[in-house]
Design a protein around this ligand. Sequence first.
Ligand SMILES: Nc1ncnc2c1ncn2[C@@H]1O[C@H](COP(=O)(O)OP(=O)(O)OP(=O)(O)O)[C@@H](O)[C@H]1O
Length: 254
Amino acid sequence: MRLLDIRNIHKTYDSGEEVLRNVNFGIDSKECLGLIGESGCGKSTLARCILGIEPIDQGAISYKGTALHNKSDRLLKPYRKNIQAVLQNPASGLNPKLKVKESLIDPFQQFGDQIEMKHFSYTSEGEFISQLLEMVELPKNLADRYPHELSGGQKQRVTIARAVSTEPSLIILDEPASSLDVLSQASVLALMAELRERLDMSYLFISHDLSAVQEMCQRIMVMKEGEIVDSFKKEQLFSESRHPYTKELISLFE
Ligand SMILES: Nc1ncnc2c1ncn2[C@@H]1O[C@H](COP(=O)(O)OP(=O)(O)OP(=O)(O)O)[C@@H](O)[C@H]1O
């Protein structure tokens, strides 16, 4: 059984624009699946549908065989700890009124009774926060700062620490590094790759950046105007059989 299964989903916004058309794919346990496509093709909409932030009009989204689409917040709650998100703008993932330590303990307080920790071992909240900060290579003394007292890269690392704090099986990464400078981008992506191995997680890695997707993922999907037009193992990226649109994207990176 696949960790996440997306079957024939369609999404039209109130404006009448059909943004997702017959999207089908699955993600396996411990897999990193890349999704590329130009701005406006529907990548973030797909992420929001998987996270239950946007309803879908047709189709099905299942996590380990259980349908998640269009469920109420109450029914989705047991699954939220398993599917986390790291989005493009690091500030949007953190409450500006909470200190780093409060942001880090918040998901754990919401889901604590449902989490059986496999990778963290601690005897106090303080120890748990220290382990999370260490995991994302941040100094422990950042725990008492507010988000506005952090750099963009540090904020994104706190967001990552928060996302992994519930030991999710899947993280949706929607352009997680694109607001950062080139050096910070590389180090955030390297950290994400290391954490995936260490914590046995799967990623749906959404990006404009073909080389980052190639670096991070085992399989790659290409989206054009709301449809998945190509899907392949990364070793087949330069194969002759690639969709003409994939070839066009590749040529932009050469
Ligand atoms: N809440 C919304 N209401 C109406 N239309 C929306 C909404 N969110 C996105 N759209 C439209 O849906 C289309 C797809 O947007 P989406 O953000 O999913 O694309 P994207 O591929 O993630 O783009 P980018 O790479 O620039 O983030 C766009 O035409 C956008 O204007």
